[in-house]
Design a protein around this ligand. Structure first.
Ligand code: LLP
Length: 427
């Protein structure tokens, strides 16, 4: 029997009741590499990218993978080879994309707190665009560019004041958020930027939030952006590209975000209707390219019955999978091996890690049939898991495997103790 676990995600499935990623058994991968272990499907990442590519067929568009979602080098390399640009937010991310072989000209640099050193390095590397997020940043970038005898290509990130209807921590396009330049001040800011000799205006951008599951916020933000482009160009400043950011959600727990191609079909219809269909378009998707392409395999260490709750204590924790602790996020949790009596024998468990905090939980009230030594897969773990992992409780960072059909590539080895203390010094 073989059925996909998540609709639209055929590459992570049970075969003879054993969970597989593409043609590789997760049980075998865990036996070889240990747990906790992140396993990604290459085909699933490329399928997700293909949905955007279909959506933009025949258009002048660039997909800049928002690498914060999963910044492992091999994942970056995969997207670079597939023709993507990258959205970065730090000097470290810049070094990573360069190390992965990306073309600097296809890199855009977002973020509210770029340092002078980061700006200088990005200018030297020749990145495609700085997505400037404040009036103060404009002056600093102008100074840094002039000191290097360069002109920095810029786009101003507009805060369109649109509610993306998502978790408050990952909503970014509302007035109360720290991101971007207020809609009302945008024209003025463009006029200031256009007058500075160290800057060259090339575009405009926005990003309204993450895990967005409705199309209306995108349509609203697009209208507000296009109004601005009209006003800015009427003031004599040319806008070469329009960047609509990322944010498209994935299915964690029955969520039904629009498919990328369907969403862009609608958005492009609006662009066409308003006469912007032939512009150079950019987007910055992160989660929707990698989120449902990965699982985290973990071993059950102890089953601990309690008066109020049963705990299933596993060897992955909030340092590996921080999203439940940070956002009360839901990730599906399923056994690597299914058996006929699972449903009958199942009990309710809180699935928790070994970290010494009550916030260290991965799933609450999950119906599972488990014993110590069993292995589980935490689903939808391709985005914002390994990239947000830490060494908290002096736990090593997990290993990562990228599966390509029957082939499994170890793309990150588990941290050794030496890795953890590198750079530290005794008194
Ligand atoms: N562009 C910018 C400027 C961003 O800040 C982000 C994400 C993206 C693009 C990509 O958004 P995506 O397509 O992945 O939704 N750690 C949180 C998500 C934080 C998102 C931060 N910005 C989580 O685990 O839900």
């Amino acid at each position: 029997m073989s059925a996909p676990l998540l609709p639209g995600q055929p590459h992570i499935h049970y075969a003879q009741d054993q969970l597989q990623v593409e043609g590789c058994s997760l049980h075998d991968l865990a036996a070889t590499h240990g747990t906790p272990l992140f396993v990604y499907s290459k085909a699933s990442m490329l399928d997700a990218l293909a949905a955007y590519q279909r959506g933009f067929a025949g258009r002048n568009a660039r997909i800049c993978y928002a690498m914060k979602a999963n910044s492992s080098l091999a994942v970056l390399q995969l997207f670079a080879r597939a023709g993507c640009g990258f959205d970065i937010v730090s000097g470290g991310e810049l070094e990573r994309v360069l190390a992965a072989g990306a073309d600097a000209a296809k890199v855009i640099f977002s973020g509210v707190g770029k340092t002078r050193a980061e700006m200088a390095r990005a200018l030297q590397a020749g990145i495609g665009c700085f997505n400037v997020e404040s009036e103060a940043e404009i002056d600093v970038l102008n100074e840094v560019a002039l000191s290097l005898g360069k002109r920095a290509p810029i786009s101003i990130r507009v805060n369109p004041n649109v509610d993306p209807k998502t978790h408050p921590y990952i909503s970014t396009g509302l007035k109360g958020n720290k991101f971007g330049v207020a809609h009302e001040r945008t024209l003025l800011t463009y006029q200031r930027a256009a007058a500075l000799p160290g800057l060259q205006v090339v575009g405009i951008d926005c990003h309204i939030g993450s895990q967005i599951t409705e199309e209306t916020p995108y349509l609203d933000a697009m209208d507000r952006m296009l109004d601005l482009v009209e006003a800015i160009e009427a003031a004599g400043i040319a806008i070469r590209h329009i960047d609509f950011g990322g944010g498209l959600g994935i299915n964690y727990n029955g969520d039904t975000p629009p498919a990328a191609d369907a969403l862009w079909h609608k958005l492009l219809a609006k662009l066409d209707a308003r006469g912007f269909g032939q512009r150079h378009l950019m987007i910055e998707p992160g989660r929707s390219l990698v989120g449902n392409a990965g699982v985290c395999v973990t071993e059950v260490l102890y089953v601990k019955p309690g008066e109020q709750k049963n705990f299933c204590i596993v060897d992955a924790a909030m340092n590996d999978l921080p999203r439940p602790a940070m956002y009360q996020a839901f990730h599906g949790i399923v056994p690597l091996r299914r058996s006929a009596d699972d449903e009958q024998e199942a009990q309710l468990f809180d699935v928790v890690g070994p970290v010494c905090e009550s916030g260290d939980w991965l799933g609450r009230d999950r119906s599972l049939h488990v014993r110590a030594g069993d292995k589980l897969a935490v689903l939808s773990a391709g985005a914002y898991c390994m990239s947000m992992a830490s060494h908290y409780n002096s736990r090593p960072k997990a290993a990562e495997v990228l599966v390509d059909g029957e082939q499994a590539h170890l793309i990150r080895q588990r941290d050794s103790f030496a890795d953890q203390i590198r750079g530290e010094k005794l008194l």
